[in-house]
Design a protein around this ligand. Structure first.
Ligand code: PMT
Length: 400
């Protein structure tokens, strides 16, 4: 049976018909060895009474920020600190929206904002609400911050309709939680990782730049996963619009030269992971004023930028594991292996760009990780999952 022995799980139950399944979820969590406390939204109490949760958890159930007796016994901040993991199940569209945007207008959302514990959400809702662009965007934001999402699954829904929106089965939720707790709990503690992410912008004049399509999602997913697994993480981020993952120290940069300076200043480290799409060339000079259109053609002179990855690998404080990325449109293996060799890397994660469902901007990716003596294919899968799989390979090397 899946084990969560000794894990303190704070289960936040929201207002949907699937709330009744949360009672069974508490039982399954306890069977797996977890200590469970329950907090409920007001909506959840319309579907299931507190007495049911109290009976199965063996603990008082919290429902309000304004309960003087409960606040005196274990205040909401204490409860947020108590948890090793927060599980929101069922997570409604409304609660996901509040969590994505940092609302704290009831006990559940306040607990979620006040915790530093890793968070898992198990959504359940009508399939049209699940597929709505607003819910998709809220989910994407939560994933970027390292929130684990379990389900929902496809099937008949309460309204007599069918589609994606059913709460995952309690035993499946517990199995996923146990796997992630067991596989990764604190396994990177004591390690320092420097991660670069996003594009660089090379200015032409005060209004224009040369850039690329990197969103930063891949690098941010790696930083989030590493911090969740206990590493000290320095994230050097190019210009992106992503939230800083929990537990990560972030340094914002714009150009390839600034990225180089920030990465080298962040050494020493146990590993450097270069997921940033760093410009290879930058304009020789940045015009002081906006370049005017005076002729039919304009020739830009570009010069090579510093190669941060190669410099890190050649540095006297070289991390024990230097990992590059290779964004390729063709001959992926040959180009990736060439970079591995030339830049003296331990690993290089190659991904195909310019196709749907991988590389730039997408939430998903597929990587082939090359070392001098082998190759491992990871995915296709969400970047957040690939991040953990890549970190597993890095952890293996650091332990060797
Ligand atoms: O950000 P996303 O939208 O999630 O997309 C992810 C990604 C496609 C950007 C990512 O997975 C990826 O492939 N990142 C590396 C992109 C890249 O610049 O590849 P490259 O083959 O040009 O560079 C090889 C390696 O050298 C990279 O690790 C790069 O960070 C590094 N480099 C390159 C040039 C330079 N001047 N300095 C460097 O450090």
């Amino acid at each position: 049976m899946a084990s969560l022995t000794g894990q303190r799980v704070l289960l936040c139950v929201c207002g949907g018909i699937a709330a009744y399944k949360a009672v069974e979820l508490v039982r399954r969590l306890r069977d797996a060895g977890a200590l469970v406390r329950v907090a409920m939204t007001e909506g959840a109490q319309h579907f299931v009474g507190t007495a049911s949760f109290q009976a199965v958890s063996g603990e008082p159930v919290r429902t309000s920020l304004w309960d003087a007796a409960a606040e005196a016994a274990m205040g909401h901040i204490e409860l947020a600190r108590w948890a090793d993991r927060i599980l929101v199940a069922p997570a409604t569209a409304d609660t996901l929206a509040k969590l994505a945007h940092g609302f704290a207008d009831d006990l559940v959302t306040t607990l979620c904002l006040a915790t530093t514990a890793p968070m898992t959400v198990a959504p359940a809702m009508n399939h049209r609400m699940w597929l709505h662009p607003a819910t998709r965007a809220n989910l994407a934001l939560l994933r970027e911050r390292g929130v684990q999402v379990i389900g929902p699954v496809d099937g008949p829904l309460a309204e007599g309709e069918s589609g994606p929106g059913r709460l995952s089965e309690p035993e499946d939720i517990v199995a996923v939680l146990a796997r992630s707790a067991g596989a990764h709990a604190g396994d990177l503690a004591g390690l320092r990782l420097v991660v670069s992410a996003g594009p660089t912008y090379e200015d032409l004049d005060p209004v224009r730049y040369v850039g690329n399509r990197s969103s930063g999602k891949m690098g941010f997913a790696i930083a989030a996963a590493a911090a969740r697994r206990g590493a000290e993480v320095m994230l050097v981020a190019g210009p992106v619009s992503l939230a800083t993952p929990a537990g990560v120290t972030r340094i914002d940069v714009r150009s390839a030269a600034q990225l180089r300076d920030a990465v080298l200043a962040a050494l020493p480290a146990d590993a450097y992971i270069g997921a940033a799409a760093v410009a290879d060339y930058a304009p020789r000079a940045v015009a002081g004023n906006k370049i005017k259109k005076s002729s039919d053609t304009l020739t830009l002179e570009l010069v090579r930028t510093p190669d941060t990855l190669a410099e890190v690998a050649a540095s006297p404080s070289r991390p024990r594991c230097v990992v590059g990325f290779a964004a390729e449109t063709e001959e992926v293996e040959a180009h990736a292996r060439g970079k591995l060799q030339k830049k003296n890397l331990d690993l290089i994660a190659a991904n195909r760009v310019g196709v749907q469902g991988s590389g730039f901007e997408s939430d998903d990716n597929a990587l082939t990780v090359y070392s001098r003596d082998g190759a491992r294919a990871l995915g296709p899968a969400p970047k957040i999952r690939l991040a953990d799989e890549l970190l597993d390979l890095i952890a293996e090397r650091l332990r060797a």
